[in-house]
Design a protein around this ligand. Structure first.
Ligand code: DGY
Length: 321
């Protein structure tokens, strides 16, 4: 029997590749070098399924070169790398991995929030450089208190809610803004109050952006929004590059219009706006929100299950279209 052909576009966990190889003819980019669009198109030739990452752009031009493709299974909850309407028109199923990375991404979001508030990266660099000459200073690395502060979450989906849940340990007041307001019972459970965006920006000590990227959320936080924040506030973005206007944020951080930022995602990543690099009031990580070993295993297995279902004629557990 001819086995269906699948492509895994980046290096993933070997045990997942091994399991898939029992069912499918697998081509795996074990080298993990990201392919340029033309290379990706070449590797997709004759493939029925693709397990992909957010770095692989599936636009109309690429899909037109993949007549055999039946499913794009993103190893991610986000899918802004895929032109979903174009895939739908071609009868290609798109799937993602929701639910399995909420806690891990919320943990990283809090790591950035706390690192920015307490100037951890800056203090770490100071110790490493050998600049720590006097054991204790009353004015060393003064940061912001997290406990009893106001946390504002923009985008109250699953990950936003996981961020909110963690705030109770710090006795924080939680405001949120979302396209649709949560049910009263959920607001109670999360101890979170709905606020319009301007109020949230004006009253929050920490603003966490958790909205997915789309044309509607492009530069959701730009110069005008940052101007509404407190001068002592900290902005955290672990959602998607482009939701925050990086150039505007660099200007605001440089002028100390806000106190700091924690960023896991960037416009045009892996390129980072060079303006960030010499700023001490920003802490940055390279898009590692869901990067715990346990979560990445579950993400790979979930993506594999989605792709397998479609190729075996079943409905995938996590359909996008
Ligand atoms: C996601 O799941 O969308 C993460 O950003 C990883 O790509």
């Amino acid at each position: 029997m001819n086995r269906k052909a699948v492509l895994i576009t980046r290096g993933i966990l070997p045990e997942v590749v091994e399991a898939l190889s029992k069912r499918f003819a697998v081509e795996h980019n074990a080298e993990d070098r990201p392919w340029a669009p033309e290379e990706l198109a070449q590797h997709l030739r004759g493939k029925h399924g693709a397990m992909a990452t957010v770095m692989d752009r599936f636009d109309e031009a690429l899909l037109a070169q993949c007549p055999d493709l039946k499913v794009i299974s993103n190893i991610a909850v986000g899918y802004n790398n895929i032109d979903v309407p174009a895939a739908t028109r071609r009868g290609i199923r798109v799937t993602n991995t929701p639910g399995v990375l909420d806690d891990t991404t919320a943990d990283l979001t809090w790591s950035l929030l706390m690192a920015a508030a307490r100037r951890i990266a800056e203090a770490d660099a100071y110790v490493r450089r050998g600049d720590w000459k006097i054991a204790f200073g009353v004015q060393y690395f003064l940061g912001q208190d997290i406990h009893h502060a106001t946390l504002g979450i923009i985008g109250m989906g699953r990950i936003g809610q996981a961020v909110a849940r963690r705030a109770s340990g710090f006795d924080m007041r939680v405001l949120y803004n979302n396209r649709t307001r949560l049910a009263e019972a959920d607001e109670k459970r999360l101890n979170a109050r709905y606020a319009d965006r301007d109020r949230l920006l004006a009253e929050s000590d920490f603003v966490v952006v958790m909205a997915p990227y789309s044309p509607a959320t492009h530069h959701l936080i730009g110069a005008a929004e940052i101007a509404k924040m407190k001068p002592t506030a900290i902005l955290v973005n672990s959602a998607r590059g482009g939701v925050v206007d990086d150039a505007a944020l660099v200007d605001a951080l440089r002028a100390k219009r806000i106190a700091g930022a924690g960023l896991d995602v960037f416009e045009g990543e892996p390129k980072v706006n060079p303006g960030y690099l010499d700023l001490r009031n920003v802490v940055m990580t390279p898009h590692i929100g869901s990067a715990s070993r346990a979560t990445r295993i579950v993400m790979c297995n979930t993506a594999a299950a989605n792709m397998t279902a479609v190729l075996e004629g079943r409905d995938p557990p996590n359909p996008v279209n």
